[in-house]
Design a protein around this ligand. Structure first.
Ligand code: NAD
Ligand code: ZN
Length: 264
């Protein structure tokens, strides 16, 4: 079966050629039947949420607390929640950027069955994706779960207890409550990984947006799509691990590259 890349060929576009790159991307999007976006922290920097690598970024200031430490130590849990509430305003203030809105436009046009994200900020849902069409590989930090009974807990209630007592509450079942993110040392969500693989196996255009593609096993998903014959487009302002394999690399700002695809 011919794929959308046959008529376009392999091209690496750089900043100076942004207009040409956008034209190429438009051709690929028009030719594609099933587009699967895969997003990383870079799509949310325009929304005010720092990515992993930016100097002074929220994630670089503190050594991450591994899952086993969180479960074993009340002090570790208190520290984890202290940090979470420090960045709470940043998450609460964040609005979807041009990248989020462009992907939502493609979704509403019926071209995108679902989206895969490494992000934990809930901004794809805020921008209009149905929650069941967002495959979260690293979970979601805007709510919490009991590690025993899987009951969902909202952050404002946890924060109230934390500020009153200096400690996070436990679940009514006695279980430990944790943000619904995947911590270092915690198992990847099996159902989400399977669904991401299925999406990668069944698309003709795969858009990797704002990911350095160094965090495994998530980074294996674009590779899978490429191996299964999808056209691979990478949009990231810095080089990534897989630029050599891509059919089109737009090494530019995500908002500038995807802004033209926002439906009026
Ligand atoms: P990363 O920080 O490793 O890579 C982000 C990439 O985006 C970088 O290469 C950077 O150059 C690029 N970038 C940043 N802003 C850009 C812009 N405006 N235009 C174009 N490119 C831009 O992110 P990652 O690959 O997602 O891995 C970090 C991990 O940390 C993720 O798995 C995620 O779970 C977590 N994280 C999540 C968030 C979030 O939810 N918003 C933020 C930080 C970290
Ligand atoms: Zn519970």
């Amino acid at each position: 079966m011919p794929n959308a890349g046959d008529s376009v060929g392999r091209t690496i576009m750089i900043t100076a050629d942004l207009e040409t790159a956008i034209d190429r991307l438009r051709d690929l999007i028009e030719a594609a039947r099933r587009i699967v976006p895969f997003t990383g922290a870079g799509i949310s920097t325009e929304s005010g949420i720092p990515d992993f690598r930016s100097p002074g970024g929220l994630w670089t200031k503190n050594k991450p607390i591994p899952f086993d430490d969180y479960m074993a130590s009340a002090d570790a849990r208190t520290e984890a929640w202290r940090r979470r509430f420090v960045i709470d305003e940043t998450f609460a203030r964040a609005k979807p950027g041009r990248g989020h809105r462009a992907l939502t436009s493609l979704y509403r046009a019926g071209k995108v069955p679902a989206l895969i994200t490494q992000n934990i900020d809930n901004l794809h849902q805020t921008s209009g994706f149905s929650p069941q069409d967002v495959v979260e590989l690293h979970g979601n930090t805007t709510y919490a779960l009991c590690m025993d009974c899987a009951q969902r807990h909202e952050l404002p209630g946890i924060r109230e207890t934390f500020e009153e007592s200096g400690h996070p509450p436990d679940c009514a079942c006695g279980g430990i409550i944790k943000t619904a993110t995947v911590s270092f040392g915690q198992a990847m969500p099996a159902a989400a990984m399977q669904r991401a693989q299925d999406l990668a196996n069944d698309c003709d255009l795969f858009l990797a947006v704002g990911s350095s593609l160094v965090v495994w096993p998530a980074a294996g998903i674009p590779l899978l799509a490429k191996r299964n014959g999808a056209v691979l487009v990478i949009i990231n302002r810095e080089p990534t691990e897989f630029d050599e394999l891509a059919d089109l690399v737009i090494r530019n700002d995500i908002g500038d590259a995807l802004g033209p695809f926002i439906a009026p």
